[in-house]
Ligand binder design. Structure first.
Ligand code: GLU
Length: 283
C-alpha cells in the first residue's frame, strides 16, 4: 500500500492572500485530491502583534472562492500556545536552549565590537553573547524581570544529533541541511513565547503532514526545521519549496501588493477558474 499523502496550507493571517499563497494552497490541495489524500488548513496566528481576525476571515473566504475544501476543524496555533511552550521547556531542560537577554541594539553593538559577524540566511548571525552566561546570572536576570528570548544552542544540538541531516525536496532531490546558516536561532520570542519554527515543526508532525509545500522564501528555514525534527524525534515530511510567483514585470508579489491579492482579483471580476488557470491548475 502506498503511503497516502497529507498536505496542508498554513497561512499567517497578517494580510490577504496573494497569488503566491494561492499557488501553494492549490498545489497542496490538488496533490491530495489526486491520490485521495488529505488536505488540511492551519492558521498560523501565534504572532498577535501582526495577525488580525479580519485577515483570517478573508483568507477562509478567498480559499473557498478559489474552490478549495479542507477538513474541519481548522487548527489555530494561537489555541495551542501551551503545547509549544512545553516543547520549548523540554528542549531547555536538555540544555539545548538558553535565555538571551539581548535587544536588537545589543546584538548590533556586539557585532560592531567584534568587527562583524558571519552572514547567515537571515542576516548577521547572533554572536552568541548570552550563550556563555552562568546559570546563576541567568537566574538572577530572570528573577529581576529582564525580558528574554530562548535561543537554540546549535553547537550542542548538532553534537547531540551527531550526524549530518538531509531532506527530500520535490524536484530538487536530497538536500543537505546547513543549520549553521541560521546559527543560534530564536525558538521562543520574548513577546509571543514561541516562534514560527517551533510551532510549524510541532504541528506538521502532530497533524501527520507528509508533504509540506511552501514558497522558496522559506527554504532556508527548513535547515533549522530538520534540526528540530531530529532533536524531537519527529518524522520528516517531504518538502516542496516552489519559486515565488511574480507579476508580469517579474517583480515578486508580496502581501503588500494589493493589486494581486485574491480579493482584488475577485473584486475586479476575475473568476476562480481564471485564477486557477493562470497558476497552471486545470480543474
Ligand atoms: N505561516 C507561514 C507563512 O504564512 C508559512 C508556513 C509554512 O508553510 O511552513 O508565511
Amino acid at each position: 500500500m502506498p503511503v497516502s499523502l497529507t498536505t496542508r496550507f498554513a497561512p499567517s493571517p497578517t494580510g490577504l492572500l496573494h497569488l503566491g499563497h494561492a499557488y501553494s494552497a492549490l498545489f497542496s490541495f490538488e496533490a491530495a485530491r489526486k491520490c485521495s489524500g488529505r488536505f488540511l488548513l492551519r492558521i498560523e496566528d501565534i504572532d498577535f502583534t501582526r495577525c488580525r481576525e479580519e485577515f483570517e476571515a478573508g483568507i477562509l473566504e478567498d480559499l473557498a472562492w478559489l474552490g478549495l475544501k479542507w477538513e474541519e476543524p481548522v487548527r489555530r496555533q494561537s489555541e495551542h500556545l501551551l503545547a509549544y511552550a512545553a516543547v520549548a521547556e523540554g528542549l531547555r531542560e536538555r540544555g539545548l536552549l538558553y535565555p538571551c537577554f539581548c535587544t536588537r541594539r545589543d546584538i548590533q553593538r556586539e557585532i560592531e565590537r567584534a568587527g562583524g559577524a558571519p552572514h547567515g540566511a537571515e542576516g548577521p548571525l547572533y554572536p552568541g553573547t548570552c550563550r556563555g552566561l552562568s546559570e546563576e546570572e541567568r537566574a538572577d536576570r530572570i528573577e529581576a524581570g529582564e525580558d528574554f528570548a530562548l535561543r537554540l544552542d546549535l553547537g550542542r544540538a548538532l553534537a547531540e544529533i551527531g550526524k549530518p541531516l538531509t531532506w527530500h525536496d520535490l524536484g530538487r532531490g536530497e538536500i543537505p541541511a546547513q543549520p549553521e546558516l541560521l546559527g543560534d536561532a530564536v525558538l521562543a520570542r520574548k513577546d509571543i513565547g514561541t516562534s514560527y519554527h517551533l510551532a510549524v515543526v510541532h504541528d506538521d508532525a502532530l497533524q501527520e503532514i507528509t508533504r509540506v509545500t511552501r514558497g522558496e522564501d522559506l527554504f532556508e528555514a527548513t535547515h533549522l526545521h530538520r534540526v528540530l525534527q531530529a532533536l524531537l524525534d519527529l518524522p520528516v515530511p517531504e518538502y516542496h519549496h516552489h519559486g515565488l510567483i511574480t507579476d508580469e514585470e517579474g517583480r515578486r508579489l508580496a502581501k503588500r501588493d494589493e493589486s494581486e491579492t485574491l480579493r482584488s482579483l475577485r473584486e475586479a471580476g476575475e473568476s476562480p477558474k481564471a485564477v486557477r488557470e493562470r497558476l497552471g491548475f486545470d480543474f
